[in-house]
Design a protein around this ligand. Structure first.
Ligand code: NZQ
Ligand code: ZN
Length: 393
């Protein structure tokens, strides 16, 4: 087994009515003047925002509201949040929403004590020494940001979507009430499950070799998601299955299914260019990219793809034809995506053909003008990434 360190410090409070704990938790982690950060209308419409604000008021905690975070959260909103926190002397950021709101919160948290431009961190030009504490009341299981060290922000100036990871921004607590996910539309539900499974698959397809316990946890998580998603698409108020998905979303990205192995992450990086250019839903973009990535890289370690096909996708192992087994596993995943309402091609994702120029631009941005490669399972250069986009078009 490879040496590793595992760090997942977020306190999780999970279950019905768990938001009742919000004021106590904010106090426990030192918050006295809070930025309550949220997205479009969902948290307002469901009454969650008002409920949390009421609980903070009852708990004697001052707060300021900042809504308007959009999916693929924007740098301009982050800068608005930084200015607001400084102006009002806020010392804690509470995200009410999903990955986009939590990521925006993390970026604000880095930016408040930093004198330079917060985008420096995403460009790799600087490292934050400190940040404000962040926590969340989660409303969509998908990105796993509620326990992760990552945040992904889009700079509208050039449509550049970049991630930055630092343990100092790991959320202090995450409140997860599956009932709050009953209002999710089917597309967001399915895209969320796709992202959850992909966070596990990015780690599962690694070049590091044996991590038996971790691999078995990963396979069980993926099989469970494949079952639960159909149940909640049939019945959005199915608490049992909403709860499995919500908890899996955190486990898939708090590194329980990875243990610091060299996860691949190429599918994510290739997708981030799609969501930067076309503002599409992250999980839907992943569903489009992964099968092409898989077919392009599978010969690097065919037995891994055979294991995935058999243990996760339920494909019968043809011992005389490992390549055929691996390919049937990838095809089964493609059918699964389609069955849950995810697109199978870039055309389906963006509603038109993609041009060669757009493919070239995305591949170039993905390797920062040929200065970096992507992926660990197979190392990909700009031309390889272009090929994967073409296969997915
Ligand atoms: O804005 P509102 O009105 O709240 O609507 C949101 C949004 O339109 C809606 N929604 C959320 N909870 C709801 C709800 N609608 C009804 N009922 C509810 N309970 O869902 C839509 C999507 O929300 P968003 O936060 O964008 O979803 P997600 O959690 O998938 O986050 C996506 C972002 O996270 C990044 C992605 O790239 C993307 O920008 N990622 C962040 C990661 C991380 N920080 O570790 C890792 C991921 O791989 C990912 O890259
Ligand atoms: Zn993701």
């Amino acid at each position: 087994m490879k040496d590793f360190s595992f760090y997942a410090p977020t306190e999780v409070v999970f279950g019905k009515e768990s938001e009742e704990m919000v004021a106590d938790l904010v106090k426990k982690y030192g918050g006295t003047k809070v930025l309550v950060h949220y997205g479009g209308m969902s948290a307002k419409r469901s009454g969650l925002l008002d409920k949390v604000c009421g609980l903070l008021t009852e708990g004697g905690i001052e707060f300021v509201l900042l809504g308007g975070v959009v999916p693929n959260p924007r740098l301009s909103k982050v800068k608005e949040g930084i200015a607001l926190c400084r102006e009002k002397g806020l010392d804690f950021i509470l995200a009410i929403g999903g990955g986009s709101v939590i990521d925006s919160s993390k970026a604000i948290a880095y930016g408040v004590p930093y004198e330079g431009d917060v985008w420096d961190f995403y460009l790799g030009k600087a490292e934050p020494q400190t940040c404000l504490p962040v926590a969340s009341v989660l409303t969509i299981p998908a990105a796993g940001s509620e326990m992760s060290e990552a945040s992904v922000i889009t700079n509208e100036d050039g449509d550049i979507k970049l991630g930055y990871s630092n343990n100092i921004s790991r959320p202090k607590f995450a409140i997860m009430n599956p009932v709050r996910t009953f209002t999710l539309p089917p597309y967001q539900t399915a895209a969320g499950v796709t992202d959850i499974m992909m966070h596990t698959m990015e780690r599962y397809f690694n070049p590091d070799g044996d991590m038996t316990v971790t691999d078995v946890i990963a396979e069980a998580l993926m099989r469970t998601m494949k079952e639960c998603v159909f149940e909640v698409l049939k019945n959005p108020e199915d608490y049992r299955n909403r709860a499995q998905i919500m908890w899996a979303g955190s486990l898939a990205h708090n590194d329980v299914t990875g243990n610091r192995m060299n996860g691949d992450w190429a599918t994510h990086q290739i997708e981030h260019e799609l969501s930067a250019m076309f503002d599409v839903t992250h999980g839907a973009g992943l569903a489009v990219v992964w099968p092409s990535w898989a077919r392009f890289v599978m010969k690097e370690n065919l037995s891994r793809f055979v294991r995935f096909a058999v243990n996760v996708m339920g494909v019968e192992n043809d011992y005389t034809d490992p390549e055929g087994t691996a390919l049937r596993g990838i095809a089964a995943m493609e059918r699964f995506y389609h069955a849950i309402g995810m697109p199978n091609s870039i055309h389906e994702l963006i509603g038109r053909d993609i041009t060669d120029e757009e493919i070239k631009e995305m591949a170039r941005k993905c390797t920062r003008n040929n200065t970096i490669t992507q992926g660990k399972f197979k190392v990909l250069c700009t031309e390889d990434i272009e090929t994967i986009y073409r296969m997915a078009r």
